[in-house]
Structure formats: C-alpha cells, structure tokens
Write a protein that binds this ligand. Structure first.
Ligand SMILES: [Zn+2]
Ligand SMILES: [Zn+2]
Length: 175
C-alpha cells in the first residue's frame, strides 16, 4: 500500500517515490518467480489528475526458476514497467459497471495487483538457461550444454527401432 496524501489532489502535482518492498507470495509463474520476501525495488511517479492518481513505475526484482529444457536453475533480474490510473474513492467514475478501474482506498494505492500483472506479462512462457539450450540427452539424461559431443556406443537395437519410431508422435520429439 502506498500513501498518496503528500501528493495532494491538485491536478498536475507530481511526486517521485523510490521504495523497496518485500515480494508478495506467488509473484510470477510456476517455473519462474520472484522469491517471496525478496526485495522488489520500485521507482514510481505519482501524478494527480482530475479523476485520481496516475501511477507510472518501474519494478526491479530477482527471479528464480529453472530451464524448461534442461532443468538447470536460472537466476536473473527482471525489470518491468507499468502504468495505472487509480480513481478517487467514492467518485461515480464508471457508468455503474465494473470496468476494471482501480480505486484509491482513501489515500492509499494498492500496488500489488499492478505489480503482479506486470511481472507475469514480462516473463517468458518457457524460461531457458540460454537461448538455444539443447536440453537433455534422450538416452542418458545428461545436460547437453555441458557435454554437447557425447555419444553413446550402443545405438538403439535395430529390432526396436521400428517400434521407437511408432512411439514418437509428432510434437513429442522436441523435449
Ligand atoms: Zn537449459
Ligand atoms: Zn547421453
């Protein structure tokens, strides 16, 4: 929650706010997330407009996750930007429908939903340890990036080769 009292309500007044907050739970997606409680640096500009407070900001946080192909742990930083208008409480702003407008709660702005949306949108659907991660060896499970040229002496028994080909449905080969 961010207090906007010091900003005042005169349209045009602006304030720059920098603060660090602990990350809420479940900030991110299953395979890549900001660890709960880790610092999230917020760099915000608050701007009073007629209807409310316009919040424009940048959030910087550390991410933990694992590579979707080889399961190697990934640690990286992310920086996201966001902007949202928070309408003054008690104002009959919308036409009665809930059109997703964010409301100020008194003088307070709840940044968490905003932050959550911005972070989730910024994350890759399938995080990778490197852009062209080759994944794991289908025969022994070794991480191919560590040992790209390793080979297996015994090829698949030719008697089973036909069966293997049958089992490889399209779409299952890119694991
Ligand atoms: Zn990888
Ligand atoms: Zn192997």
């Amino acid at each position: 929650m961010l207090d906007t009292r010091e900003l005042g309500r005169r349209p045009g007044s602006q304030r720059q706010v920098e603060l660090t907050v602990p990350a809420p739970a479940d900030l991110g997606i299953e395979v890549l997330r900001v660890p709960e409680g880790s610092p999230v640096e917020l760099d915000l500009r608050l701007e009073a407009v007629m209807e409310g407070v316009l919040v424009t900001g940048t959030a910087t946080a550390a991410l933990d996750g694992e590579c979707a192909r080889c399961l190697e742990p990934i640690s990286e930083d992310t920086e996201v930007t966001f902007q949202e208008l928070f309408v003054y409480d008690g104002q009959d702003y919308s036409s009665g429908e809930d059109d997703g407008v964010s409301m100020l709660e008194g003088d307070l702005v709840d940044l968490e939903p905003l932050l959550r949306d911005a972070v989730v949108l910024a994350l890759p659907f399938q995080p990778l340890c490197m852009d062209d991660c080759p994944g794991l060896c289908v025969e022994c499970g070794a991480r191919l990036a560590d040992d790209p040229d390793h080979a297996h002496d015994e090829p698949i028994d030719p008697r089973w080769a036909g069966l293997t080909a049958l089992q490889q449905e399209p779409g299952e080969q890119d694991q």
